[in-house]
Design a protein around this ligand. Structure first.
Ligand SMILES: [Zn+2]
Length: 65
């Protein structure tokens, strides 16, 4: 699950949000409701996501091909 970190440019609040693919255009600050939020790339979700998926998909695929 892609959880992104955001930081509000208005009140400087940092928050995390679960974002599905392409569904990150409606992010607003939970504190001041501002849409002026900056997305922070989460290193953990980048490193963990693809490698975990590869590992899980690798075994069954090897058997099929
Ligand atoms: Zn805010």
């Amino acid at each position: 699950m892609p959880i992104y970190e955001y930081k509000c440019n208005k009140c400087k609040k940092e928050f995390e949000k679960l974002v599905f693919a392409g569904d990150d255009k409606d992010i607003s600050c939970p504190q001041c409701n501002s849409r002026e939020v900056a997305k922070k790339m989460s290193a953990t979700s980048f490193m963990g996501g693809p490698s975990l998926g590869k590992c899980a998909a690798g075994a069954p695929n090897a058997g099929f091909s």
